[in-house]
Design a protein. Structure first.
Length: 92
């Protein structure tokens, strides 16, 4: 009897390689334009990848998105935590 494979245990495994790379660049604090230039894609394509990745992961954009990147191992604490007292990272 056929049984379907179990669901993927890690949400990151459901992302495409390009979505992971766009998220990683975003977690490093790069703007959509900078990400597009680095990956040779348009700003709109960057936005599309970010939206799809956040939808897949069930998170919303902005600082919670950066925290999610950290928790998934796509960024280290220095890219998520404020650099000085009272300073907040820019929204993704």
């Amino acid at each position: 009897m056929y049984a379907p494979p179990p669901p993927d245990p890690t949400p990151v495994a459901r992302l495409t390689a390009r979505q992971v790379e766009v998220l990683r660049q975003s977690c490093l604090g790069k703007t959509g334009t900078e990400i597009g230039e680095a990956l040779f894609i348009t700003d709109q394509t960057v936005k599309n990848h970010m939206t799809a990745a956040y939808d897949t992961l069930g998170i919303r954009a902005g600082s919670p998105g950066r925290l999610a990147c950290y928790l998934m191992g796509l960024a280290d604490a220095t890219t998520v935590l404020p650099q000085a007292p009272g300073e907040r990272p820019d929204d993704v």
